[in-house]
Design a protein. Sequence first.
Length: 717
Amino acid sequence: MITCRELNRLWATYLTALFLLLCQGSGYEARADDGYRLWLKYDPIANASQRDAYARAMQFIAVNAATPMVRSATDELRMGLQGLLGKAVPVVTGAGSRTGGIVLEVTPGVSVANDEGYRIEKRQNNIVISAKTDAGVLYGTFALLRHLQTGQSIDPLTLVSSPKVKFRMLNHWDNPNGTIERGYAGGSLWKWYELPETIDPRYKDYARANASLGINGTVVNNVNASPRLLTGEYLQKVAALANVFRPYGIKVYLSVYFAAPKTLGGRTGAGVKTSDPLDPQVRKWWADKIKEIHRYIPDFGGFLVKANSEGEPGPQDYGRTHADGANMLAEAMKPYNGIVIWRAFVYKADPKADRFKAAYEEFTPLDGQFDPKVIVQVKNGPIDFQPREPFSPLFGNMPKTPLGMEFQLTQEYLGFATHLVYEAPLFKECLDSDTYVKGKGSTVAKVVDGSLHGYTQTLMAGVANTGTDRNWTGHPLAQANWYAFGRLAWDHTLSSEGLADEWVKMTLTREPSAVKRITTMLLKSRDIYVDYNTPMGLSRPWAGVHFAPEPWQDKSPRPDWTAVYYHRADSVGVGFDRTASGSNALAQYQPEVRRQWENPQTCPLPYLLWFHHVPWGQKLSTGRTLWDELCTRFYTGADSVQWMQREWAQVKPAVDPVLHADVAGRLATQHREAIWWRDAWVLYLQEYARKPIPAPFKKPDRTLEEVKQLVDIYLLR
Ligand code: BDP
């Protein structure tokens, strides 16, 4: 006879065993949600009838190929289903006559747009994921898991997708000493001192997360590159990373220091005295180096180069052009598949020039001169990852040169890790902008995906926001930026809203009203930030630390590193005149684009001060004067952070408590900092505008001097 106590004990043992079993198969740790699992959580599906329906259709996983990428797909599916369905699903070789399972199939004949595309459909009562290549099967597998995680029906089921861009990559600005330039989520993921012998399991989770989005390349080091990365010692470390990433379809790339032949060649006795790209010894040095790299990494992705920019060496040091430099590397890369990505982020320290125009002026004359292996990587805007910029005028204006897109996921100018800014709307705003280069509909996206000018080498890069913080991105909700970037690099037609909805359901909660609230918060967050930070086309109000408000900052070795250079506030008004009466940067755009922006009466308000110096008393389309409108934005922006706090409080029951508290804390900090921004701007601009703060807003309860002091202290080392 079993006693009640024994029964209880047995029951407890059974429950513990069940729990451990669930945890074991999925690799989860039994702890509160610390964000480590990102959007690949695979927590059990709560709705029993849905879970049963999925389980009935997924009784086995059959594979017809055994490549490392198919193995990654199978492992992920097993792990995902174990978590979602709460039971192990066996893997078999070939479906045979079996039905009621998932079939992974590499078949060259399948109808998809390109090698990485996939089809998911029901066939003879099986769910078949088919693709031309194992990479396609891997992407299809993640697509099916996403479909299940977001709770969608599998009856009927047809998912067909292929990437629109060929090279979809993250750029890490990681240094060999473990720091990250402009990183706000801890140190570098790459433990250089432990590599190649010790492989952190996190490398694999990083690769899984990227593969789930379709990211297929990673530049592991900072664009301000250390030559050390090109030494045999470091190449072995990079090769160890490449070995982990390969089964997930990810190639490694290196940022290179252009003067490496001289710097390293001199030290290693190779006797190279220069890094002139036209010097035969230099060309040989690179050819040998690339050969050496391929000995370590046979499928090496290629180079990313920042040259003659912000003090980095480059071909101009030798009187050569960007094309000379890029082509020299491309020629050395010729025997291999690798590409050369050459950045267009350049500007000179000329007090009379407009930095806005610099990249266009330097690069458009070189159109047609680049080797076919070269892609020129252009930041989304003409200045530098500001909260809102017009699209770079280079897009569309180099028809003979493949132009890649560079977005920044790390929030260098977007409040680091304490401000919530969901960036998909920023990415989409740029991608959907019409360049009019070949008439209406010539969007930036069509330049980047190659369809406008027929480029076959296409690229989208995101400067990574990952680091060693347990949740990867510092701000837990900043994971959504990594997510949205990867998905948009695959398919730029996806919507910001759809991506937010997916990410929230996979990562935070599936409770419908909470999903709606969080999605709405995400979608509004970027405009809220712009309102209190740089409304209506104000830009770059900071110096070295791109965080604290410093619109008054007017001293720097370079004029274009001061804040006053950008906003040009004076007793008449504020804003940078880029029309024909000013720097005429507008002339770099097509007439249709120019027409949208050149008249201050009709220029859309988000871009007004990018292109015009507007008098303080000027009446705007809102019915307010410029001064009143600016004040309204600063104040409502800061107030809207409180709205986000209230919304977040509402979703508490639906979100993990640890994660909820983390975000709540950050929102409180954001509110305090938003007020700091508001006060800094209004008090500073008021010195020029000489007008009162309009009702109903109350004037800040501190003086400009007090705010400046705060900032001075903030900037102390
Ligand atoms: C700027 C960053 C700087 C980067 C540079 C770049 O402040 O750290 O090195 O961009 O993109 O925004 O090269």
